[in-house]
Ligand binder design. Structure first.
Ligand code: A3P
Length: 401
């Protein structure tokens, strides 16, 4: 075990506050480029008054967890950006708060989480697409995990039968890594040397994709979801990430949604505004239907078989008549279904290298859950805003409750 891991373990023992610790560890593992700066961040953290209050159960009054997590993220972010020449630039960007109070930075008309913006910028600058690449794009919480499982299964079906699929032992996010976070945040030059077709994913808007993705013959599949369910799924995900709730489906609504709601009405959310993200891919799919396939979560729920066929054809891996007769499409849809993936051991109890539980990506998997979290007036207000933004584009969403 190297010194860094030993240091983390020691701290874990000292700090008897699992939620705070796992949050810090997740942020640090994700964003810090060097062990040296990580040590400095821990030092600053341990010295900070709010942190001491958070881990000291006898402190009065106890520090609110969100304040602490926000402070921690800012400290880490400041420490990290000091280390490189992006510093001056990043510090000039407009900043707002995400649902959990962590910072979002506005760059290229997109709100990036501060702890992943370096990866997003590096991805935009350094990624070189190959013609055989498949890029899965989405607004967070729109069905990315599902799309990753489906695409992986379609493309690799000649190698693995559904019973032997790597999806049984690895989460979809491991088989299809995020370019911004899993790859370019960790290295300017990540190892992308895997056999074609490479399946990679991102949340970056179409207009900010590296030029080579737009210029090459690689394919893009975009999945989106009705904005009310997307916002609620995002809210619960972010809140559970912070509070470390193990079983995301068991959580109830809270007043926090009211606090963050104003922000989403202004488009301030991770990789938002929602309308810019979806419209960028919608327009690209109309202009270049051979390059960009535009899918909706609700349509996948309604008819997965039809949409699996569309996906396979678009990617150049169409199902043969024989496969159709043998029920291969149904097998893939079952393998990738919410109920099946959610109950796999790896997705129930596994943890991502960032410290995040795989179970966080499987909550309810339903349409219309917004009705349990947003009041009718909130829903109406946000819906009207989105409708206005999409007006004239031809893009519409179905809502159900
Ligand atoms: P809910 O929070 O509404 O349950 P993403 O993968 O983009 O992060 O989106 C997560 C959302 O997709 C969550 O929605 C999650 O439950 C749902 N989801 C994950 N896997 C799914 C699957 N195989 N089928 C349907 N929905 C799925």
């Amino acid at each position: 075990m190297n010194a860094w891991r030993a240091f983390l373990l020691m701290l874990e023992k000292i700090i008897n506050h699992v939620n705070v610790f796992s949050y810090i560890k997740m942020v640090i593992d994700t964003i810090l480029p060097t062990q040296a700066s990580a040590c400095r961040v821990y030092y600053n953290l341990l010295c900070s008054e709010s942190f001491r209050r958070a881990i000291d159960p006898s402190s009065s009054p106890p520090a609110p967890f969100l304040t602490v997590s926000h402070t921690i993220t800012i400290i880490i972010f400041m420490e990290t950006v000091k280390e490189d020449n992006l510093q001056e630039f990043l510090l000039t960007l407009p900043s707002e708060k995400n649902w959990d109070g962590t910072p979002l930075l506005l760059f290229n008309e997109t709100w990036y989480p501060a702890n992943s913006i370096r990866g997003a910028v590096s991805f935009q600058q350094n990624f070189r697409a190959q013609d055989s690449d498949i890029i899965l794009a989405s607004m967070p919480k729109s069905g990315t995990t599902w799309l990753k499982a489906l695409t992986f299964s379609v493309v690799s079906r000649d190698r693995y039968s559904p019973k032997e699929s790597p999806l049984i032992t690895a989460p979809p996010h491991e088989l299809v890594p995020f370019l911004e976070v899993d790859l370019y945040l960790k290295s300017q030059n990540p190892d992308l040397d895997f056999p074609p077709p490479r399946i990679l994913s991102c949340h970056t808007h179409y207009t900010s994709l590296p030029q080579s993705i737009r210029d090459s013959n690689c394919k893009i599949v975009y999945v989106c979801r009705n904005p009310l369910d997307q916002a609620v799924s995002d809210f619960v995900f972010v809140r559970n990430r912070v509070s470390g709730i193990a079983n995301p489906s068991s959580s109830s609504s809270s007043s926090l949604i009211d606090e963050g709601f104003e922000n989403i009405c202004r488009g301030v959310q991770s990789y938002g505004p929602f309308w810019n993200n979806v419209l960028s891919y919608w327009k690209a799919s109309l202009e270049r239907p051979d390059k960009v396939l535009f899918l909706k979560y609700e349509d996948l729920k309604e008819d997965i078989i039809l949409n699996l066929k569309r996906l396979a054809e678009f990617l150049g891996f169409p199902f043969t008549e024989e496969e159709e007769k043998e029920g291969v499409i149904e097998e893939i849809s079952r393998l990738c279904s919410f109920d099946n993936l959610k109950d796999l051991e790896v997705n129930k109890n596994g943890v991502r290298p960032s410290g995040m539980r795989n179970s966080a990506f499987f909550r309810k998997g339903e349409t219309g859950d917004w009705g349990n979290h947003l009041s009718p007036s909130m829903a109406e207000r946000f819906w009207k805003i989105v409708e206005e933004k999409l007006d004239g584009s031809g893009l519409t969403f179905k809502i159900s409750q």
